[in-house]
Design a protein around this ligand. Structure first.
Ligand SMILES: [Fe+2]
Length: 179
């Protein structure tokens, strides 16, 4: 279940209803998928074959199609990151820069954890959303954000796209962001 940390105040928001209410107020889509749908052998596996990635997409097919239909996504895939990923540190360095996209950035966490740091409303500022298996989040178009891993440095996520070529990171120099 996702939890929130507001960076300016250190305030934490926990519990499904509170997290949902906060993210809704910030205009960030959040939902939770049933992790029981994923075969047990894939719930803790971070180096995946193409066949295993397909298996993950099949397990969540109904949820993926429902979300895609609601928001206009036409393509989806699976990405896996772990200490076994070549150049993980370099990749993370690139990820951890505030940027925007010309479409939503949608991630459904299938295994492991991740953090989206997102720029909220003026009075809220940046907040971290800590995600675990089953959490689904969509960072709205043109909203400054970045993604990083948690201490376990492991995640498997489903990505959904309106137009994969539209998912280019445009860096943002934001003085309001305090690392
Ligand atoms: Fe992004």
């Amino acid at each position: 279940m996702a939890s929130i940390r507001i960076r300016n105040t250190g305030e934490r928001i926990e519990g499904e209803a509170n997290v949902r209410a906060f993210l809704e107020e910030q205009g960030v889509l959040y939902e939770h998928w049933d992790t029981e749908k994923l075969p047990e052998k894939l719930r803790d596996k971070f180096v995946l074959t193409d066949e295993e990635k397909e298996e993950i997409l099949r397990a969540y097919d109904e949820d993926i199609r429902s979300l895609a239909e609601r928001n206009g996504y036409v393509k989806w895939d699976v990405v896996a990151l772990s200490p076994e990923t070549p150049n993980l540190d370099e990749l993370l360095k690139k990820f951890e820069q505030v940027h925007v996209h010309t479409e939503d950035e949608v991630r459904a966490i299938a295994a492991g954890n991740g953090i989206f740091t997102i720029k909220g409303k003026e009075e809220t500022g940046y907040f971290d959303v800590e995600l675990s298996a089953g959490d689904v989040i969509s960072v709205p178009v043109n909203t400054p954000h970045f993604f990083t891993l948690m201490e376990n440095r492991r995640v498997v996520a489903i990505r959904l796209f309106i137009d994969p070529s539209g998912w280019v990171a445009h860096p943002v120099e934001d003085p309001a962001f305090q690392p």
